[in-house]
Design a protein around this ligand. Structure first.
Ligand SMILES: [Zn+2]
Length: 286
């Protein structure tokens, strides 16, 4: 993607200098749990009054700032995702306004190791995610390497697809689709609610494609970019991931859709460039 010198977003929240200390102390997935236990114990001994917890408890991730030493590659990557975020702001503002709606910008939080969101504590192993409660996208930039090595989906536009997919969830949130899904899935079995999840995810892929449509129209795509995004969409398909990790796929447990579906819905959005073709909730041809 031609991105050098383009506008960066003002909505990037860089928390890399404020690591959640659970990561440093625990050094693994158990780290967050460990810290929680320690804090509860401290609280209990102190009489159980939460207000008595000093502000520099390990749970307070704003307490100790360290200067995050970013590599040249990380610096460039951070700039890149900021440009991508800015391009999503422009495209979605325009598309919302043609529908007489106002697009409010999501924030993009950069973190390393662990992060606290309004949806709970998360670690890099979670992968990039969107939290509807605080309307923020969370990403540890090391995911780029994972995308390249583990998922075999290299390239800057593969990463752009990931960001625009998460922004797609924000669009769904603003349009009320997320709320609708939450209320529709309340009393469903797990496999039934998984089906809703797949439709929600494929729609986010479609919306990522819609965004890419406009990036292409602005002549910002380079040779191979579209293929990078399509390859990434395919790489994160449930069937592919399950086959790689356990040797077989269990369709009932799919939450994001197959490689073929993810690729197809992204491409559908890319060719159409409109919101209309993306109703994954009312189609027999998912
Ligand atoms: Zn998603």
């Amino acid at each position: 993607m031609k991105w050098q010198g383009r506008r960066t977003s003002t909505n990037v929240e860089d928390r890399r200098s404020f690591p959640v200390r659970g990561a440093a102390i625990g050094g693994g997935v158990g780290g967050g749990i460990l810290i929680l236990v320690i804090t509860l114990v401290l609280t209990y001994c102190g009489g159980g009054d939460l207000s008595q917890i000093p502000t520099n408890t390990p749970l307070d991730n704003q307490a100790v700032a360290t200067t995050y030493q970013e590599t040249q590659q990380e610096k460039e990557l951070a700039q890149f995702v900021s440009v991508v975020l800015a391009e999503t702001e422009d495209v979605w503002t325009e598309l919302f306004s043609t529908n007489n709606q106002t697009y409010s910008y999501p924030a993009l939080v950069l973190y390393t190791g662990y992060v606290e969101s309004a949806c709970g504590m998360a670690g890099s192993a979670t992968g990039p995610f969107y939290c509807p409660s605080d309307q923020k996208v969370y990403i540890d930039l090391s995911f780029y390497k994972e995308l390249q090595d583990r998922f075999q989906a290299p390239g800057d536009f593969a990463m752009a697809y990931v960001i625009s997919h998460e922004v797609g969830h924000h669009v769904q949130n603003l349009l009320g689709i997320m709320d609708e899904v939450t209320s529709n899935t309340q009393n469903l079995s797990e496999s039934e609610s998984n089906q809703y999840s797949v439709r929600l995810e494929l729609q986010a892929d479609y919306l990522a494609g819609v965004w890419a449509h406009y990036v292409n129209r602005m002549n910002l795509l380079e040779q191979g970019d579209l293929e990078e995004a399509l390859n990434a969409a395919s790489a994160v398909g449930d069937d592919r991931i399950q086959k790689q990790s356990q040797g077989y796929a269990v369709p009932d447990s799919f939450t994001h859709g197959t490689s073929e579906q993810r690729q197809r819905w992204f491409y559908k959005g890319f060719t159409s460039g409109t919101l209309e073709g993306g109703d994954t909730f009312n189609t027999d041809n998912l």
